[in-house]
Design a protein around this ligand. Structure first.
Ligand SMILES: *Cc1c(COP(=O)(O)O)cnc(C)c1O
Ligand SMILES: [Zn+2]
Length: 441
């Protein structure tokens, strides 16, 4: 039995039945799914969840689905890694990386899309669609393929090759719009009004964003049923940040964890700093911008949930920072070379912001800090072009190899830069060697 009671406007609290609608008729506020938490509490325990599938479906009583059928690619239950090397550099003993690079289509978007696709089938839609900054396109196309639905995915025409191929391979109708994401989104709102399609992040958005709660659920379960002290999330639309926190709060509501005291912080590209700029200025109004950033997956100039993300940061005592393109690219290498995790540009934004927050003393050394790393680096390889050490060319002889070896600058295993190029603060003593700039040879 589903615990969904219906939809409710986040602004004026008017209630609506469960339908494929997303804005309030009266005040144009966004609609959100409302649950009967007493019913959920009777349906779940730590044990029942632990006995469930190793995917987001272990949290199904918290998801807005009534039907039997879910569209399952095996999303979720991704690794929560104790980032000891990176933590040492930043002065954090209990830093964790939630590695969502390893979802079925290589980003966290599989979480909301799995829920939205299952809900679209319940509603009887035959066509799945989205306005995407890249990762959503791949996830929607893959879920439509699995569900046997037709797919229309709309992308800006300047996306990375890995995102284009990573969507096209599933056989959707891939529409490349001349313009940026905000242009794509505007077009899609018109298409959604005219055609009876399930746009996961437009008319099905209230159900879609609920899928991102599973990040909060998983982090708490993987920490041994406790909320982290600090959670750091990248901000595109802001949906992920808001819903990860909602996930933690819901676990407390049904008695699975203590009331979270989690502070939540946000990370954005400097070239698309809507929420973070407002946070820094102490204001409350988010001004739309025209994005210019290498982190295309976060390039939303008018974030749908930006206001709610800002409020979550303020209300939990969190913080926020942004990162420019060189900082993003450096942070991608830093994460890869300390923790062995190859994240896309959005991950670079998160790690660059983490570094800044740590340097500003936002975290205590012994706090549990979790950084959400949301997409896979193989999709944004262009960003690293010219920034990595080239391969060492040799002929197939031991003599040639040893001649090349003698030419190499001094280094330790796993490192690709000479010692004097390291740019780390005093707290980094005892730390592994790092490359933070390209090698000079
Ligand atoms: C979409 C996306 C985000 C941002 O998620 P929102 O819910 O839009 O804030 C973060 N990281 C990656 C890799 C994404 O694709
Ligand atoms: Zn309203």
């Amino acid at each position: 039995m589903s615990a969904v009671k219906g939809l409710r406007c986040r602004e004026c609290q008017r209630e609506y039945p469960q339908e494929p609608i997303h804005v309030c008729d009266y005040c144009f506020g966004p609609l959100e799914v409302v649950y009967d938490y007493d019913l959920i509490q009777r349906q779940v325990s730590r044990e029942s969840i632990a006995a469930g599938p190793r995917s987001i479906w272990r949290y199904r009583p918290f998801l807005p689905l009534d039907g039997e059928r879910v569209v399952d690619l095996g999303t979720g239950f991704t690794p929560l890694v104790h980032a000891e090397n990176l933590g040492k550099l930043l002065g954090l003993d209990r830093l964790y990386i939630k590695n969502d690079c390893v979802n079925p289509t290589y980003s966290f978007k599989d979480r909301p899309v799995a829920v939205a696709t299952s809900k679209a089938l319940e509603f009887g839609f035959d066509t799945l669609a989205c306005a995407s900054t890249g990762n959503l396109a791949g996830s929607v196309a893959a879920h439509a393929a699995k569900a046997g639905m037709r797919a229309f995915v709309f992308i800006p025409d300047d996306l990375e090759q890995g995102k284009v191929v990573g969507a096209a391979v599933y056989g959707p109708n891939l529409v490349a719009v001349r313009g940026n994401y905000d242009d794509v989104n505007r077009l899609c709102s018109e298409v959604a009004d005219k055609y009876g399609w399930a746009f996961v992040n437009i008319n099905v958005r209230p159900y879609y964003t609920e899928g991102s709660k599973t990040l909060g659920f998983e982090v708490a379960e993987q920490l041994g049923w406790q909320a982290p002290d600090h959670l750091l999330a990248p901000i595109g639309s802001g949906g992920l940040l808001v819903k990860a926190l909602k996930g933690l709060n819901e676990l407390a509501k049904v008695g699975l964890i203590d009331a979270p005291k989690t502070r939540i912080s946000g990370a954005q590209p400097a070239g698309c700093s809507t929420v973070v700029a407002t946070w820094k200025s102490g204001g409350t109004t988010i001004e739309p911008v025209k994005p210019h950033t290498v982190a295309k997956s976060l390039a939303m100039g008018n974030p749908a949930d930006g206001y709610y993300a800002l409020r979550a940061i303020q209300e939990t005592g969190g913080d926020a920072d942004d990162a420019n393109d060189p900082e993003i690219i450096e942070a991608m290498q830093l994460l890869a070379q300390t923790e062995g995790i190859f994240a896309e540009t959005a991950g670079g934004v998160t790690i660059a912001a983490l570094k800044k927050l740590a340097a500003r003393g936002v975290f205590r050394r012994d706090e549990v800090v979790v950084a959400l790393i949301t997409g896979n680096g193989l999709k944004t390889q262009e960003a690293l072009t010219g920034h990595l050490a080239p391969a060492i060319p040799v002929t197939a002889s031991l003599r040639a190899f040893e001649a090349a070896l003698a030419e190499l600058p001094e280094r330790r295993p796993g490192a690709t830069a000479p010692r004097e190029e390291r740019q780390w603060p005093a707290s980094a003593s005892n730390s592994p060697t790092l490359q933070t700039s390209s090698r000079s040879r």
